[in-house]
Design a protein around this ligand. Structure first.
Ligand code: BGC
Length: 249
C-alpha cells in the first residue's frame, strides 16, 4: 500500500482535495478546495477535479474520489444533489481520463464512514454502526463489525410524508431558518426512525452537527451511542484515499 494517496471529496458547495498519509491516518499538508460548479455536469466538474489534483503533486497511484451518489463499479447511479446528467456515466473512467491515472469513485458518506471506522470515532467498534452526514443532503454509511454495506441511501427514507433529507438536512435548517433546537428535534426524529429500523449500537454524526457537537450534544437523543465524527470536513477525503489504496493492493 502506498503511503501518500490523493483523496478528493465532491460536495454540494465545494470540492475538497488533500494528500492523505496512510500511516498517520490523516491529511498531510493543506486541505484545498474549489467551489462546486453550478450546474455540475461531468464537463464542468472534471476540470475542477483535475485543477485541484494539479495543485497537489506528489502522490502517484489510484486517486480516491468521494461522490454524492450511489456508485456501483465506478458508474454513477443516482443524482439527488448533483447534476442529473451524471446518472449512468462511468465516473471513475471520466476521472481517470481527466487525471491521467486510475481513480476509484465511491459514495461520499461511505468514504467518510470508512475513515471514521478505521481512524476516527468508530475505531475498534463491533456490532452495527451508522455514519450519518448532515449537509446539503443526508448521507449514510452502514457497518456491521467494521465491514461496510455500501450505498445505503438512508437519507431518503420517508419521514413526515417526505424524503427525510428534505426534512432534516443541514441545508434545510438554513433554508427554513430553523433555530437549533427545532432542527435537532428533526434530527432526533430521523435518528429515531433509523434506530427503529436498524438498531445500531453507534451513530457517528458528521457534517454540521459534528462541527458544533458540544452545543448540540445536550439536545440530541438516541438509544444508541452518539459520537461526533472525528475528521469533520476531512472525512470524505481521508476515506476516499484509504479506499483507493486498498482497491489497488
Ligand atoms: C445522496 C447520497 C449522498 C448524500 C450526501 C444524498 O442526497 O443521495 O448518495 O451520500 O446525499 O451527500
Amino acid at each position: 500500500m502506498t503511503n501518500l494517496v490523493l483523496g478528493i471529496d465532491v460536495g454540494g458547495s465545494s470540492v475538497k482535495a488533500g494528500v492523505v498519509d496512510l500511516e498517520a491516518g490523516r491529511v498531510t499538508g493543506e486541505l484545498i478546495s474549489a467551489p462546486t460548479p453550478r450546474p455540475s455536469p461531468p464537463a464542468a466538474l472534471m476540470p475542477v477535479i483535475a485543477g485541484l489534483a494539479a495543485r497537489l503533486p506528489g502522490p502517484s497511484g489510484t486517486v480516491g474520489i468521494a461522490f454524492p451518489s450511489v456508485v456501483k463499479s465506478g458508474i454513477v447511479r443516482t443524482a439527488a444533489n448533483i447534476d442529473p446528467s451524471w446518472v449512468g456515466t462511468d465516473g471513475a473512467a471520466l476521472a481517470a481520463r481527466a487525471l491521467g491515472r486510475p481513480a476509484l469513485l465511491l459514495n461520499d458518506a461511505d468514504a467518510a464512514g470508512v475513515a471514521e471506522m478505521r481512524w476516527g470515532a468508530g475505531r475498534g467498534t463491533s456490532g452495527i454502526a451508522i455514519m450519518v452526514t448532515l449537509g446539503t443532503g443526508i448521507g449514510t454509511a452502514l457497518f456491521c463489525d467494521g465491514r461496510l454495506f455500501p450505498n445505503t441511501e438512508l437519507g431518503h427514507i420517508e419521514l413526515r410524508g417526505m424524503d427525510a433529507e428534505r426534512w432534516a438536512s443541514a441545508q434545510v435548517r438554513t433554508a427554513e431558518k430553523l433555530d437549533f433546537p427545532t432542527w435537532i428535534a428533526r434530527v432526533n426524529e430521523y435518528l429515531g426512525r433509523l434506530h427503529a429500523l436498524f438498531w445500531p449500537d453507534l451513530f457517528i454524526l458528521g457534517g454540521a452537527v459534528s462541527e458544533r457537537f458540544e452545543e448540540f450534544a445536550p439536545l440530541l437523543r438516541s438509544p444508541a451511542v452518539l459520537r461526533p465524527a472525528h475528521f469533520a470536513g476531512q472525512a470524505g477525503v481521508v476515506g476516499a484515499a484509504l479506499a483507493a489504496a486498498e482497491s489497488s493492493t
